[in-house]
Design a protein around this ligand. Structure first.
Ligand code: F6P
Length: 472
């Protein structure tokens, strides 16, 4: 029977070693949740990196055995591959370029060579498992070359590709020395998906100008085959967040946190430590807000949860120092014995803690400089069980296209963020409820399950259309 093979750089589990013992920590990420019910069905499987370098053959065997029980197959990456393919080409070349931080991009031939080899390594593992009738769903920018590599080995396979980060305008994309090869890699797919219509438009424009293929309603004809490009805004597991927020455990945590926070009003900010998230700009806005509206001193606290990420990459190390320094300076300037304007935590948190903060927060401040989608803002909305609360959201996040009831801001406009904070803190409860209810309706309907079925249905449609095109 035909099966679905999901491929992503990381598997939906993280391998950890404690006192010589191997342990697998399940990921709570959106992708793992959305595809969780599918990849364990029938012969379906998930292929990816288990999150840790393991070089010993016996340990690798043990990991393969353990993962196989959960329908997962590992691709083992070496230290050098992590440095050059993951930290290097994926996160020092593609990530900054695709997020419009091209001044941070490193162009290194060795990173490119290793990126190609690592994509080939994923391809080789997939080929061991895939049959000609199978569907392969490849995820994200770490694996842009994989669709074409797979097409060459498995010409009849159904191949979907989804990019979880933005696709930049042609003027930015063309800065990459390997731009044409990257596009050709993606064009091996039958369906290429992005979060937004703009990302899709940028991709089609780059394909046109760099590879020379035009498009009609998202269809590209390469001369030998046709593929479709479309947008699929990713959702969250709405019920999971809504139900967790009303659980007894979360209510208990909320009581504890509230008793420790003196301020009446709470602003929450949650991100991975990443320059695309606009953390310094957000701090700048909060500082200016405190300066302009001193009547809010003692009354408002910004709880800033920052999740460590890619900490071996230079720009991330620099950002950590910048954020530490800014928080220290702002708190140093305004704190007094029983109030700190910013409560800053640099670590990851379990779902129940996040949920308690979402529930408590009067405002969620989600202000990325650029973000493919951003799921934090959707998680906040899903957790607001009494429909109070205000979302301040960057126009540069894909989610802003769906959440027009948020207070939308440009993260480069610090004064606008200051005023949005003031507006949110003084917004009447009835008005908050109108906006929150409308956003909840949207994300409840367009949840993660809807996203998965939209993509899979469109992929089947493409295959049918390709057949009819071939016969006419
Ligand atoms: O947003 C893109 C993404 O790759 C997500 O899929 C992932 O959760 C996040 O960035 C962190 O990525 P990683 O820790 O694998 O570099």
């Amino acid at each position: 029977m035909a099966k679905l093979i999901i491929v992503s750089n990381r598997l939906p589990v993280k391998l950890q070693e404690k006192e010589g013992e191997l342990q697998f920590k399940t990921s709570e990420g959106g992708l793992a949740t959305g595809l969780g019910s599918i990849y364990k069905e029938g012969d379906n499987l998930w292929i990816g990196w288990p999150g840790k370098v393991v070089e010993e053959a016996d340990k690798q065997q043990q990991i393969i055995k353990e993962l196989q029980k959960e329908s997962m197959f590992p691709v083992f990456l070496t230290e050098a591959e992590i440095k050059e393919y993951y930290e290097g080409f994926s996160n020092e070349t593609l990530w900054p370029t695709f997020h419009y931080f091209s001044q941070y991009a490193v162009y290194d031939q060795q990173f490119w060579e290793t990126y190609k080899n690592a994509n080939q390594k994923f391809c080789d593992e997939i080929v061991k498992h895939a049959g000609p009738d199978d569907t392969i769903w490849v995820h994200d920018y770490q694996l842009l070359l994989l669709p074409s590599m797979l097409r060459e080995k498995l010409p009849d396979c159904t191949i979907g590709f989804f990019q979880h980060i933005p696709f930049p305008s042609y003027e930015v994309f063309r800065l990459l020395p390997w731009r044409k090869e990257l596009l050709e890699g993606m064009l091996g797919s039958d369906l290429v998906g992005f979060h937004t219509y703009d990302d899709m438009r940028h991709f089609l424009s780059s394909v046109n100008r760099l590879v020379g293929y035009g498009s009609m309603h998202g269809w590209i004809n390469t001369g030998t085959r046709s593929l479709l490009v479309d947008s699929f805004p990713m959702g969250i597991d709405y019920e999971k967040y809504a139900q967790t927020a009303v659980s007894e455990e979360v209510a208990k945590r909320e009581r504890i946190y509230r008793s420790n926070l003196k301020a009446e009003k709470l602003i929450i900010s949650i991100d991975r430590l990443d320059y695309s998230k606009g953390i310094p700009q957000r701090l700048d806005a909060f500082e200016k807000f405190l300066e302009k509206y001193p009547e809010f001193h003692d009354k408002v606290t910004l709880v800033m949860l920052v999740v460590p990420s890619r900490d071996e990459v230079e720009k991330y190390k620099e950002l950590k120092e910048e954020v530490d320094e800014m928080v220290g300076r702002i708190n140093g300037k305004y704190s007094h014995i029983d109030w700190n304007p910013i409560q800053y935590f640099y670590r990851s948190y379990p779902l129940e803690t996040l949920s308690a903060f979402y529930r408590m927060a009067d405002i969620a401040l989600v202000t990325p400089m650029r973000d493919g989608m951003n799921l934090v803002c959707k998680e906040y909305v899903a957790s607001k069980h009494d429909q109070t609360g205000v979302l301040i959201l960057s126009e540069m996040a894909g989610a802003s296209k769906e959440l027009s009831d948020a207070l939308l801001i440009n993260p480069n406009d610090i004064d606008q963020m200051v005023e949005a904070l003031h507006q949110a803190l003084t917004m009447p409860v009835e008005e908050q409820k109108v906006h929150m209810t409308s956003m909840q309706e949207t994300i409840k309907r367009y949840n993660i399950h809807h996203w998965v079925s939209m993509f899979m249905d469109r992929l089947s449609y493409v295959k049918i259309k390709q057949l009819s095109m071939a016969t006419t």
